[in-house]
Design a protein around this ligand. Structure first.
Ligand code: GUN
Length: 299
């Protein structure tokens, strides 16, 4: 089974649009996402454009603030501070990477944690590590919203597994990659779903024998088609987080050798059309959740 993040995200965004349409009457307005892009990196420009389009499509208000590459750290921090104090803004996202003369850490710490829709603020990251319940359900906008923001890509990965009917509890989940954005948080979310989790990375010995014992394999290492058929158990569920370029053709591909794996796996996600659309979908959900927490002080 090929799990299409594109189709799943379309369905979830439709659910969100229905919910958002009720907000003006219930709360007097719709959620507002502010996205900041510093510089002109082409990939970042595409991501930012897609985030704005997705927001508008589901009825959210979206503002995109484009700043010159030469913007100083102080100027960016001042802008974030102004957006933090702006009552009309519910979510703030600074597209990464920021130019080298700006500290990413300072920027992420400057965003009000309640408006941090990426889930990258240190307090949101810390909360993920102490929160023990399963925070992700198989639908957009849960009845019980987690009290902090989950990072978008890991949240999307769990959604995809659940939507595909993959049983996570008690299974051996192997995560390839240990980044703060994907590898580490997805490992914690899998642990919250009661999987037994192994995290592998560039120094892991005998990697192929570990991946071959995985019931669930999450590839997030950024190496084109790194995961080959011999590394994967028959019937495994494989989610590919990679957005890579084929070194020969230059075409978009993932961390997984999709063509040679697809008949071996019970579930596999494609690139493109897999995790990417789910990340944007979860960003929309995080914006709505940040808005709803404002109106529900107990959260
Ligand atoms: N750059 C690449 N992925 C992301 C993401 O998920 N959030 C932000 N803010 N920047 C990114």
């Amino acid at each position: 089974m090929i799990i299409s993040g594109k189709e799943l995200s379309t369905r979830l965004k439709q659910e969100m649009a229905v919910e958002v349409a009720t907000f003006p009457e219930r709360f007097g307005r719709v959620p507002h996402l502010a996205v900041i892009l510093v510089g002109e990196d082409p990939a970042s420009q595409t991501y930012v454009r897609n985030k704005g389009l997705a927001a508008e499509k589901i009825g959210l208000r979206s503002s995109t603030i484009r700043l010159a590459e030469s913007t100083t750290e102080e100027e960016l921090l001042n802008l974030i501070s102004a957006l933090n104090s702006d009552e009309s803004v519910d979510g703030i996202l600074v597209q990464l990477p920021v130019p080298r003369h700006i500290s990413e850490q300072k920027v992420l710490e400057a965003i009000d944690r309640a408006k941090d829709v990426d889930g990258f603020h240190p307090l949101n990251m810390a909360d993920l590590w102490r929160y023990r319940k399963s925070p992700v359900e198989d639908k957009a906008i849960q009845d019980e919203i987690p009290p902090f923001t989950l990072p978008c890509t890991p949240k999307g990965v769990i959604r995809m597994l659940k939507a595909a009917g993959v049983e996570i509890s008690g299974k051996h989940a192997v995560v390839l990659g240990r980044s703060n954005i994907v590898g580490l948080p997805v490992a914690k979310l899998l642990l919250n779903e009661d999987a037994t989790v192994t995290i592998c990375h560039s120094r892991t010995r005998d990697l192929a024998s570990i991946t071959a014992s995985a019931d669930i394999l999450i590839a997030a290492i950024g190496k084109p088609r790194f995961v080959t058929a011999d590394m994967v158990k028959e019937g495994a569920a494989v989610i590919d987080v990679g957005i890579d370029r084929d070194p020969v053709t230059g075409s978009l591909c993932g961390d997984v050798d999709f063509e040679n794996l697809k008949d071996r796996c019970s579930v596999i996600s494609p690139v493109p059309g897999g995790v990417g659309p789910m990340t944007i979908c979860c960003l929309m959900e995080n914006t709505i959740e940040a808005f709803l927490r404002k109106f529900s002080p107990q959260l």
